[in-house]
Design a protein around this ligand. Structure first.
Ligand code: NDP
Length: 449
């Protein structure tokens, strides 16, 4: 295992998020490797950490002022052992190969856990949609798809949204793909409802995370009703996490963006959430505007000089990090525990640092890693693909009930795999082992490809 880490660190020294994601998985699957010597013989780890294909391309586009801009586009086709590559596109200035490889690597195991036939991939660009006009976003998406179109397809690679890629971007990307290929297919998920999208896809990641948290609480005979909850982020995942928490009578007291967070001790109710959705999805404003509308709430600006995020020091029962990677460090994890948090269910991908995870595990918190708890998004993307290939659309209740049963099944799978391999109650070990076994067995069946 250490050899693998040495190999990837020597080969790609700058990719620290990728190293972090690989290390976490490798540490937890060690008992499985010892049990099945075939895995070692066929260099399964070496193959697993090397993407099947990386596509890197130039994206030139024209800004409103007539100037030419150039961004870098990526698609990581990580692993197709159990289905076509599947995973989102991220548009954010921080995007680089290390971040996308970590996301693609996580995606492989997450998709395996859903029980649906999907391989893992991820992509995006270092383009920042914030502050751009709709026309600029459209021109960027079109330029991006002009290259990406030749690499994807409904049976090859099916991208979706992620940070900075929501309904608007998916629409522009799909329009350009359709024009280039002259075919209307399910090449992207997260599509609009009127043109091939699935009901409950926008809600799926947030709802799924809350369903997963409910399952975890049920193991201790508890429910979310009356629980005080911390949510970070204010985008797609955060919004629908809050919505489902309200449905289940929990009280959400925080939301954030990269500039700061709001703390509303009265709780975010349906009207306030509707305001946040308008603010973020239509007006594309900042979360601090929440306190202009609801002055009883407070706004705390982000302070890069602090060694922690004060959002995670607010007394609460449950935490749902839903913004970005490594947003909870060891200090934050200590604050969460001191202030009463008993459950952390990750909506974002890898939001907890290794130090934070160690704190959670040492304190026997109900801790769900993103690759299990946020898998509802890609699961409903998988259901969108099924509906597209059959040319039908399932009603809302049907998709929601399938989502619920998938989250329930992932929860069981994690607990069973953890118990079988000597780590009872450790959802992280369970998720890594169950996803790993499914993918590597498929790889072994298919030979050295
Ligand atoms: P959105 O773009 O809709 O929202 C992202 C939110 O996180 C925004 O509030 C954004 O604030 C904040 N954020 C982003 N980067 C940072 C940063 N560096 N520091 C602080 N805040 C930040 O994205 P999603 O809601 O779709 O994604 C959120 C997380 O969930 C990501 O980790 C994503 O990978 C993960 N995820 C998403 C899925 C989906 O279906 N959409 C599925 C599974 C996981 P600001 O506006 O200021 O940038």
């Amino acid at each position: 295992m250490n050899d693998i880490l040495k190999i990837i660190m020597a080969r790609d020294p700058g990719e620290k998020e990728f190293h972090q994601a690989v290390k976490e998985v490798m540490e937890t699957v060690e008992p499985v490797l010892d049990r099945y010597p075939d895995y070692k013989r066929s260099a399964i780890l070496e193959r697993l950490v090397e993407p099947e294909r990386i596509i890197l391309f130039r994206v030139p586009w024209v800004a409103d002022d007539g100037s030419v801009r150039v961004n870098r586009g990526y698609r990581i086709e990580m692993n197709s052992a159990i289905g076509p590559y599947k995973g989102g596109l991220r548009f954010h200035p921080s995007v680089n190969l290390g971040i996308l490889k970590f996301l693609a690597f996580e995606q492989v195991f997450k998709n395996a856990l859903t029980t649906l036939p999907m391989g893992g991939g991820k992509g995006g660009a270092d383009f920042d949609p914030k502050g751009k006009s709709d026309d600029e976003v459209m021109r960027f998406c079109q330029a991006f798809m002009l290259e990406l179109a030749r690499h994807i397809g409904p049976h090859t690679d099916v991208p979706a949204g992620d940070i900075g890629v929501g309904a608007r971007e998916i629409g522009f990307l799909f329009g350009m793909y359709k024009k280039i290929r002259n075919e209307f297919t399910g090449v992207l998920t997260g599509k609009g409802l009127g043109w091939g999208g699935s009901l409950v896809r926008p809600e799926a990641t947030g709802y799924g995370n809350v369903y997963f948290a409910s399952e975890m609480l049920a193991t201790r005979d508890e429910t979310l009703s009356g629980k005080i909850c911390l949510v970070s982020g204010s985008g797609n995942v955060a919004q629908f996490t809050v919505e489902k928490l309200i449905d289940l009578e929990a009280k959400v007291v925080t939301l954030s963006d990269s500039s700061g967070f709001i703390h509303d001790t009265d709780g975010i109710d349906r009207d306030k959430l509707a305001f946040v959705k308008r603010l973020k999805n239509i007006k594309r404003g900042r979360i601090r505007e929440y306190v202009e509308k609801y002055p009883k709430a407070s706004y705390i600006p982000a302070d890069a000089a602090l060694n922690h995020n004060p959002l995670w020091a607010i007394p609460a029962d449950c935490a749902f990090p839903s913004a970005t990677q490594n947003e909870i460090n060891g200090v934050d994890a200590g604050h969460l525990i001191q202030n009463g948090v008993k459950l952390v269910s990750e909506g974002a991908n890898m939001p907890s640092t290794p130090e934070a995870i160690t704190v959670f595990l040492n304190h026997k918190l109900l801790y769900a890693p993103g690759k299990a708890s946020n898998a509802g998004g890609v699961a409903v993307s998988g259901l969108e693909m099924s509906q597209n290939s059959m040319g039908i659309g399932w009603p809302r209740e049907e998709v929601d009930s399938r989502l619920r049963s998938i989250m329930k099944s992932i929860h069981h799978t994690c607990l069973d795999a953890a118990a079988e391999h000597g780590a009872p109650g450790n959802y992280m070990a369970g998720a890594n082992i169950a996803g790993f076994v499914k993918v590597v067995n498929a790889m072994l069946d298919q030979g050295l490809v």
